[in-house]
Ligand binder design. Structure first.
Ligand SMILES: O=C(CO)[C@H](O)[C@H](O)COP(=O)(O)O
Length: 260
């Protein structure tokens, strides 16, 4: 690990490192997507190579699958695993009820399928992801390419009927072309500003014919591990309703964070 990690990467790393302590030999583990989840995959890879951890990982994207194989994790499909003990993933936002916005990295569909097929979901995040209300981060919605503009128009009408404040909808791009998900779909981002009722919005969005899935994760996440750039860690547990504080120290000599 490079010593010159930025505070944000240190925050992501300590959250991932702490989450790796929940992984035990024999587990089938859902592996999230994004820069924070990538730290987790690297930490687990190190545990597999150096500590003899035996796990099977179900990645939530082609990117994560490649990284997991690279670091030595045994990768299987969700259908091979059938059910998972634990999924660990990042998030774009989480609120006090541990509801989430995900999909900033474009992997929301596989992420939601995998997290829902898990006994437990742990989210790892830097403190900037914590919000009082979801919605400042644009809500990703995965749509089928066929008739996507019609779907976008329908989305727009629906938001208007719901009296949602922000209604700008943008097609996610990859350079000059639409961004294409691992499942071959497009993503439209809903710039809402504030989401009043996440559960209701999630249900309404998923009723539209062209919509495959939306990035609202309601009642899916069990625990959030928040990392800070100075090595502090907070654990938010939805069942116990507790906030536990913990700390890791960045040891510049070894270029590693260590448990205090
Ligand atoms: O939902 C996701 C990918 O679809 C990511 O978990 C989310 O975008 C957070 O990413 P990062 O850890 O890079 O901030």
């Amino acid at each position: 690990m490079p010593a010159d990690l930025s505070p944000i990467d240190k925050a992501k790393f300590v959250a991932a490192k702490r989450a790796s302590e929940f992984v035990e030999s024999g587990m089938r583990v859902g592996l999230g997507t994004g820069s924070t989840a990538a730290w987790l995959v690297r930490c687990l890879g190190e545990m597999v190579r150096e500590e003899g951890l035996r796990i099977r990982g179900v990645p939530t994207s082609a990117r994560t699958a490649a990284l997991a194989r690279d670091v030595g994790i045994d990768v299987i499909s969700l259908d091979e695993a059938k059910w998972l003990d634990l999924t660990i993933d990042g998030a774009d936002e989480f609120d006090p009820e541990l509801n989430l916005i995900k999909g900033g990295g474009g992997a929301l569909l596989q992420e939601k399928i995998v997290a829902t097929a898990s006994d437990q979901m742990i989210v790892i995040a830097d403190a900037a992801k914590e919000v009082a209300n979801l919605g400042a981060f644009p809500l990703p919605v995965e749509v089928v390419p066929f008739g996507w503009q019609t779907t976008q128009a329908l989305l727009s009408e629906t938001l208007e009927a719901m009296d949602v404040m922000g209604r700008e909808i943008t097609l996610r791009m990859n350079g000059e072309r639409p961004y294409v998900t691992d499942e071959g779909n497009y993503i439209v981002d809903l710039h809402l500003g504030r989401i009043g009722n996440a559960r209701q919005l999630a249900l309404i969005l998923n009723q539209m014919p062209g919509v495959v899935e939306n990035g609202l994760f309601v009642d899916i996440c069990d625990r959030v591990i928040v990392g800070h750039g100075d090595g502090r860690i907070e654990l938010r547990d939805i069942n116990a309703g507790t906030v536990t504080e913990d700390r890791m120290e960045f040891v510049e000599d070894d270029n590693l964070f260590r448990d205090l």
